[in-house]
Design a protein. Structure first.
Length: 234
């Protein structure tokens, strides 16, 4: 059970969701800066409003940052017919073909050779598989390079469809997971995520020692992190 309504505060529309939780919390969602509050059923409208007021400065700061980030993204990025590969946008071209479907980058386009009747869902699936193969090709040499440089050893590298994380590391099993989304981003960003996950084999948490390790091996990591989050996942 839940209850939804909206409140307005200083020109900002806030979506409120009352549900079975203990504390009020607030989130500014990427990429559009939508503000959402989750609140327990017992929270009064006044307490929700007071909470929002107390966070107003924070909300505005985050919305401004998100807007600046969005403004720096070329509008073509939001065209569903454009696909990003290693940081470059390519329009999708469909080529009618009776052979097994395949994808290739050709003359500035991402060309999908497939039967004309291939459904949109199937097309997405084929392209996703292609992304994964592209990523794997780039990822494996990078992992090997950084294993040598950092003196660590990964047991297994998984490429996973993840929409909320770029990568993760299981310190105990010594496995790393890399998001297929990284096939869309510049190679430098993939390298940054690899170094970040390998650094977790040396230091489990994001503490000052972790930052030191990152600074030592990849002094430009903060820029790569910025670049990585410049384009919203879609
Ligand atoms: Zn981490």
């Amino acid at each position: 059970m839940s209850e939804e309504f909206q409140i307005e505060l200083d020109g900002i529309l806030i979506e409120v969701l009352r549900k079975r939780i203990r504390h009020i919390n607030l989130k500014v969602s990427s990429p559009d800066g939508t503000v959402r509050i989750s609140a327990p059923f017992r929270a009064s409208l006044k307490s929700i409003r007071d909470f929002a007021v107390s966070k107003l400065g924070w909300i505005k700061k985050h919305q401004k940052r998100m807007k600046e980030r969005m403004d720096s993204v070329p509008p073509e990025y939001f065209n569903r017919n454009n696909y990003m590969v290693l940081g470059e946008l390519y329009p999708l071209k469909l080529m009618d073909s009776d052979s097994r479907p395949f994808v290739v980058l050709e003359n500035g386009s991402l060309v999908l050779h497939a039967k004309a009747e291939t459904s949109e869902e199937e097309r997405e699936f084929i392209i996703e598989k292609w992304y994964r193969a592209q990523l794997k090709k780039e990822l494996i040499p990078l992992v090997e390079k950084w294993e040598r440089t950092m003196g660590v050893k990964v047991r297994k590298v998984f490429i996973r469809r993840m929409k909320t994380k770029w990568g993760s590391c299981n310190y105990i099993d010594r496995n790393i997971r890399i998001s297929t989304e990284l096939a869309k981003r510049p190679l430098k960003c993939l390298e940054y995520v690899v170094v970040h996950e390998l650094a977790h084999l040396l230091e489990r948490t994001h503490n000052s020692r972790f930052i030191e390790i990152m600074n030592r091996y990849l002094p430009g990591w903060r820029e790569q992190n910025e670049e990585l989050n410049r384009f919203p996942m879609r």
